[in-house]
Each structure stands twice: as C-alpha cells, then as structure tokens.
Design a protein around this ligand. Structure first.
Ligand SMILES: Cc1cc2nc3c(=O)[nH]c(=O)nc-3n(C[C@H](O)[C@H](O)[C@H](O)COP(=O)(O)OP(=O)(O)OC[C@H]3O[C@@H](n4cnc5c(N)ncnc54)[C@H](O)[C@@H]3O)c2cc1C
Ligand code: FES
Length: 288
C-alpha cells in the first residue's frame, strides 16, 4: 500500500476547518463558528462531539452546539488548559483540525411526538442548545418544550441574545436560574435566584416527559431525584456524561466507564444504562 493510501485510512486524520467567526459569550467562553468544506460533519446529531485539533498543540473533545450543521459547525469553548488556551490565541481566518462527529447523541427520533424537557447546567448548555435548535427547527414533531438552564452567576449566561429571543416565543417554556445575581442591575434576561433543581420544581413536568440533561456531574443526582419526584421514569431520562477522552473512537481506553467506552457508547446514555455504574453518577439517596 502506498503511504498516501495508508494516511487516507487512518481514523485519526482530521479535516481542515477555517474559523469564520469568534464571539465572546462570557469571560473565557467563546463561540467559534468553523467552516468545513468536505461535508464530513453534516451528519452531526444533537449531543455528538468532535475532536478539535489545534496544530502544534493537540486535540480535545468539544460538543457540537448547533442543531443545524451544514457548511459550518459551532463550538462553545471554555478556556481550560493547553488546547483550549491555544485555540483562544487563534483569529478569524485561521485553521484548525476536526475529527468526527463521534459518539451517540440524544435520541431525537425517540423524543419525536413527545413532550421534551431540556436541562442544562453551566457549560452543559452547549450540547443542550443543539437539542433546542433541532426541536424548534422541527417544532411540529414535538409536544410541549421546556428549557431549564442554571448557572453559578448571571454573568456566566451563554447564548444571552438567543435566549432573549426564545423567551418571546410561546411554544417553549424557559426557566433560567443563577445561584448569584451579580452586578447592581438585573441582566436583560430575567433570572431566578436559585439552582437548576429549584427551576425543576417550578416547571410543570408530568411523568410523560422525556428529559435531556447535561451539566456538571454533581448536578445529576439532584436532577434525577427532582425528576423522580415528578414521576418521570428512568428510561425517559437521558444524560450526557463528560469523561476524559483522548482518541474519541474506542481505541485508547481513557474514557472507560461502567464497562463501556464513553466516546463510543456515549456521551449520551439513558439512565437505566448507567445507573448501576457508581462512577457514572454520584449516588442520590443511595439509589444511584
Ligand atoms: C464529550 C465531551 C464534550 C465536551 N464538550 C465541551 C464543550 O462543548 N466545550 C468545552 O469547553 N469543553 C468541552 N469538553 C471538555 C474539554 O474537552 C476539556 O475541558 C478538555 O480537557 C480541554 O482541553 P485542554 O487541553 O484545553 O485542557 P487540559 O490541558 O486537558 O486541562 C483540563 C483541566 O485540567 C486542568 N489542568 C491542566 N493542566 C494542569 C496542571 N498542570 N495542573 C493542574 N491542573 C491542570 C485545567 O485547569 C483544566 O481544568 C467536553 C468533553 C467531553 C468528553
Ligand atoms: S477516548 Fe479513547 S477509548 Fe474513548
């Protein structure tokens, strides 16, 4: 086999993406719009992720946060370590590498025809945004829609402009809560003082709802407990788990959790698939 053919077969080969725009959303949280001309990411589903490569630095997994993927994808990135800090040094017109889309996203086909509640904590709003964009683009396929989004400080709100627009719609109920309202004035988005679980209590969620959840691991046990109080059965609760990943394709073993490779079987799991893996979700009242 010629060397160039070997290169074409490697699953690690990224496609080239060009940064079309960079929008600061909050301190250290930027939205990157990246164009990619091969069309290899067009099949991306809400909840899937890509491996983002910054040349000369390395790769990290990032959720695709746009519900529509055509010529470009959107990634909401928080500056954390080596790769993301290097990305923040890049400018519009610079290029990066992309591999994917990878993993199992949220089962939008199963949500079809059902009432859907989306629960996001902090940066977990990134994959949840792809769910609400998809659901609103196919509005007639879904029943009632509820979005619950919690964060630590009101200054951390991501997608502020988009949420302001959504708050005007009558076909989705939105609850936004912060543990701390910062600054002398309330932000343009009305924020409740409280946690995601407080918003859950306020929301009119009946046992027939499907629920898509993404947030920090500590949030899950409380959200699950809140949903159980509302009578939502385990099999209607879907959680996106962020675990350390490297290859993204089931080869390196970095993401092994509950007997599964999170990068291939996840990151989205139905609760019954992971509730008996103690490392997947912290135990709420000893049950999970
Ligand atoms: C499926 C999936 C989806 C994801 N989606 C997103 C997303 O949409 N947006 C997003 O921003 N992130 C997302 N992440 C998380 C992201 O992949 C990680 O934050 C990733 O580690 C960032 O890579 P990095 O090289 O910038 O950070 P790393 O260098 O890997 O650093 C990660 C963490 O380790 C700490 N750290 C690094 N070096 C040191 C050190 N020497 N000593 C102590 N601590 C250190 C950093 O402070 C940071 O908190 C996702 C992860 C997964 C698995
Ligand atoms: S990230 Fe390598 S096996 Fe999952």
């Amino acid at each position: 086999m010629q060397p160039e053919n070997i290169a074409l077969k490697t699953p690690y080969l990224p496609v080239k993406g060009t940064i079309r725009s960079i929008q600061p959303m909050a301190a250290d949280n930027y939205l990157f719009d990246i164009t990619e001309s091969t069309g290899s990411l067009a099949s991306c589903k809400p909840g899937q992720f890509v491996e983002l490569w910054v040349p000369g630095v390395g790769e990290c997994p990032i959720s695709v946060c746009s519900g529509r993927v055509g010529e470009s994808i959107q990634l909401m990135v928080r500056r954390a370590g080596r790769v993301t800090s290097a990305l923040f040094q890049l400018e519009e017109g610079d290029w990066v590498g992309l591999r994917g889309p990878y993993g199992q996203g949220f089962p939008m086909h199963e949500f079809k025809g059902r009432n859907l509640c989306m629960v996001a904590g902090g940066l977990g709003v990134a994959p949840i945004r792809s769910v609400w964009q998809y659901a609103l683009d196919h509005r007639e396929d879904f029943g009632k829609l509820i979005l619950i989004y919690g964060m630590r400080h009101t200054t951390d709100i991501l997608f502020r402009q988009e949420l302001k627009f959504l708050l005007r719609r009558r076909d989705i109920d939105i609850f936004i809560g912060a543990e701390e309202v910062m600054g002398p004035e309330l932000p343009p988005i009305a924020a409740q003082l409280g946690r995601v679980t407080d918003m859950l209590r306020l929301a009119d969620i009946s046992p027939d709802y499907c629920v898509a959840v993404c947030g920090p691991p500590v949030m899950y046990k409380y959200v699950i407990a809140g949903l159980k109080q509302k009578g939502v059965p385990d099999e209607q609760i879907w959680l996106s788990l962020e675990r350390h990943m490297k290859c993204g394709i089931g080869k390196c073993g970095h993401c092994f959790i509950g007997g599964k490779f999170n990068c291939k079987a996840g990151p989205v799991f139905a609760l019954p698939e992971i509730k008996h893996a103690p490392e997947a979700i912290e135990c709420a009242n000893g049950e999970y």
